[in-house]
Each structure stands twice: as C-alpha cells, then as structure tokens.
Design a protein around this ligand. Structure first.
Ligand SMILES: Cc1cc2nc3c(=O)[nH]c(=O)nc-3n(C[C@H](O)[C@H](O)[C@H](O)COP(=O)(O)OP(=O)(O)OC[C@H]3O[C@@H](n4cnc5c(N)ncnc54)[C@H](O)[C@@H]3O)c2cc1C
Length: 392
C-alpha cells in the first residue's frame, strides 16, 4: 500500500491530494523558502482519526507540517512530508458571555472570532498586525502583539487546548507546551480562550519630533499612564508615510478620553495609517520585514544604524519591539541587522517566530525549551521537522 492508501484509511479520499497543482500551491508560504510536500491533507475535525494518522507517520518516519493560512513569513508552514491544512476548521462552538470565554477551532481567524464577539460587546485583544491569522497559527507563534501593555500577554488568554501531540497522544494539550512552539510539539485542534470587554472609549495622541532623545523622553512619560493601550513610533520613510513633517512620529492610544484625537473620522485615518504601516511600506518596495525585541535604551543604537542605511523603522516602544523593512536587494543588510540585534542583546523573531528561516538566531532559552518539549511530546520528531531547532 502507498502512503496515500494508508492516509485514505484515516481521513477519506476526498480529504487529501497528491496532485501537482496542490503540492505546488502548498510548497510555499509567505516566506522566501519553498519545500515540495509528498501529500496535502485536509483532516476531518476528529482527534482520534488525526491521532491514527500521526501514529502512522511515526511508524514510517514521515514528517508532518501544520498549516493555518500559510501567511507566516519564516517558513514554518512548509515541509517535505505531509502537510496538514487546518484552515478549514473554522467553527466557534461555544461562547459564555457571563464567564468571558469562547471555544473555537484552530482554523478560525482572529477577525472571524472578533466579528462574533463584538455582537456581545466582547473582544479577543491579541491581534497581531494582520488579523487574518488562524488561532492555531497565533497560539503556536505566541507573538508580542500591539496592545499587550494594556491587555496582557497572549498566555493569559489561553485557558484550554485540545489536539494531538507528536506521539499521537490526545485530546487534552498542556497550554504552556503549545505556546510559541510553532507547530513542533502538537496539532492544535480547538481552543478555549478568555475574552475581555470591548474598549468603547478610545482616543489617540499624535506628536512629531526632530530629535529621537526628545521623542524617547516623551514616550517614557506616556508609558506611565495606566490607560495606555499602545504606542507606535516611526522613523525614516515610515514617518513620511504616516504624514509626519518631522523625522519621528509618535502615536499613543488610550482607553480613555486622554488623547486629543477622539472624533471618529480623524481617529480612523490616524489609526489605519499607523496600523497598516508595515504593509504601506511594502508598496514602496520595502517588501521584507525583520522583527526584534530590545531594551528602550538600545533603540537609539538601532535607530542610528537604520538612519545611516536609510531604512524605515517602526517601533512599539512600550513593548520594546522594533520592525525594520528592507527591499529585495538588501539581503546582506538583513543579515547585518540580525547580527546587530544579537550585539545589542536583543531577541529576533518576537512577533513573526523563527520557523526554518531564522533558527540560526533562536535564543538559547527558546531552543532548550523546544528541545525539552520535543523529548516529551514528539520524540520521533514528526511535527514541524526543521522548524526552530534541528532536533536529533
Ligand atoms: C505585513 C505583515 C505583518 C505581519 N505581522 C505579524 C505580527 O505582527 N505577528 C505575527 O506573529 N505574524 C505577523 N505576520 C506573519 C503572519 O501574518 C503570521 O505569522 C501568520 O498570519 C500566522 O497565521 P497563519 O494562520 O497564516 O499561520 P501559518 O503561516 O499557516 O503557520 C504559522 C506557524 O504556526 C504553525 N501552525 C499553524 N496552525 C497550527 C495548528 N493548528 N497547530 C499547531 N501549529 C500550527 C505552523 O506550523 C507554522 O509554524 C505578518 C505578516 C505580514 C505579511
């Protein structure tokens, strides 16, 4: 029997494909890497059947790569063995308004979730730049997200998880063991998430500066406010795009009427310019983005480096997160950026993960953690083989 024949037993013929057109489509994600899979599977939402499939993959030593929308930019959703596409698992199964939680399947996008929650004046705040992430992709990347200063880290919102570990064990998953592991320990099938109340009163404050130290001083003051949702700082071409007359623009968002921008249309214009800045820079040929976490004082060194190279910089200074954008021709500069962040004791991949592309730069803490979890949950290295670490 072929691989296909075996997998048909677990998932049915309609739920898999070896066709060139499908394998070709799944051989890429939003990164610059590619890997041609053996077969693409759209599994039924049945942990037991998926567990059989995983146990079979263990027996024949064939890796499985998990995929949500495939929009990750570090190559975590591509692989040479079996691709398991979970993006069709999009159901919001239970919602408790009284106790502020929701249960949803892993393929549900954050946008879909928030559309349903909004009707109940609830909100799931962990929204990375694009809200088209699947919940499975989000939890497995565990990014720092805009608004985290106010709403708290993603781990506070993950109450329970169900799925299948790399050994085939199912259905309960240890939430701690899936956060930030990028599909290398378990297949997330459904999640119970905490929700929060929709913030009704919001306002913005916009300021522009000629000097970075002056901007950083102002940011230090803003950071002390309890009603602060988030701050965005732009420099270089990023400041041009948000319409700043000066080199540095700072937009602060408050869960109160503290900011001077409150009328809906001005608010919407300012918010969308700053929130879409990474995509807007792509339209100016800055197609590639690098992310880093570093101390606020080190931001000054990073900005000086970006200034000398004429690179646009966007920061969430309250969270110590910086994004730098590069053109296609600036591959060498991207490498230099990664080295610089290491020198500044910063951490790469805090928002976009490490995947296959950035595993060379993974911190000792993260690689040790993933190694230990692999020993426990996926010792044959079936899930996400080659992602974050080269295990065994
Ligand atoms: C302009 C721009 C801005 C971006 N901003 C951000 C940002 O702020 N933060 C951020 O994190 N990303 C960001 N990204 C990257 C990208 O949007 C996300 O990484 C991606 O959307 C993650 O969701 P996905 O469903 O596409 O996951 P995929 O790309 O399909 O998968 C991502 C990772 O999650 C794993 N995975 C997926 N589903 C599951 C599952 N059910 N169980 C276990 N593991 C699973 C995959 O194996 C892979 O390692 C940005 C991209 C662009 C182009």
């Amino acid at each position: 029997m072929t691989l296909k024949d075996h997998l048909i037993e677990f998932v049915g013929e309609a739920n898999l494909s070896e066709a060139e057109v499908d394998c070709e489509a799944y051989s890429i994600d939003a990164s610059t890497l590619s890997a041609y899979p053996l077969i693409v599977v759209w599994p039924p939402n049945d942990p037991e059947k998926i567990s059989y499939l995983v146990k079979y993959a263990n027996r024949i030593n064939t890796p499985i790569t998990l995929r949500g929308k495939g929009k990750g930019i570090t190559g975590g959703a591509i692989g040479e063995g079996i691709i398991l596409d979970l993006s069709r698992h999009t159901k919001i199964s239970r919602l408790s308004v009284k106790d502020s939680w929701v249960e949803a399947r892993a393929g549900t996008t954050i946008q879909e979730l928030n559309t349903v929650l909004r009707e109940q004046s609830l909100f799931f705040p962990c929204i990375p730049l694009p809200s088209t992430h699947t919940l499975g992709g989000l939890i497995s990347l565990n990014p720092i997200y805009y608004g985290q200063s106010y709403f708290g880290p993603l781990k506070n919102y993950l109450l329970e998880a169900e799925g299948v570990e790399g050994t085939g064990q199912h259905p309960d998953l240890d939430p701690e063991a899936i956060l930030g592991t990028e599909g290398t320990t378990a297949i997330i099938l459904s999640l119970k998430l905490k929700t929060t109340e929709l913030v009704v009163q919001r306002s913005l404050s916009l300021s522009e500066f000629d000097e970075l130290p002056v901007a950083l001083n102002a940011i230090s003051d803003i950071k002390k406010r309890k009603d602060l949702i988030g701050i965005t700082l732009t420099a270089g071409a990023a400041s041009d795009i948000v319409g700043s007359q000066k080199s540095y623009a700072v937009l602060a968002e408050f869960a109160s009427d503290h900011g001077e921008i409150q009328d809906l249309s001005t608010f919407a214009v300012a918010e969308s310019r700053f929130k879409n800045i990474i995509s807007l820079l792509s339209e100016r040929s800055y197609l590639f983005v690098e992310d880093a976490k570093l101390e606020l004082e080190k931001l000054f060194d990073l900005e000086q480096w970006c200034f000398k190279k004429s690179l646009p910089l966007v920061c969430w200074p309250d969270l110590g997160v910086a994004f730098v954008k590069f053109t296609r021709e600036q591959e060498k500069l991207r490498d230099q950026f990664r080295i610089l962040i290491k020198k500044l004791n910063g951490e790469l991949g805090c928002c976009f993960g490490h995947g296959r592309l950035k595993k060379k730069f993974v911190s000792g803490y993260k690689s040790n953690r993933v190694f230990r979890l692999k020993e426990r949950m996926d010792y044959n290295n079936i899930l996400g083989r080659g992602v974050i670490i080269d295990y065994k």
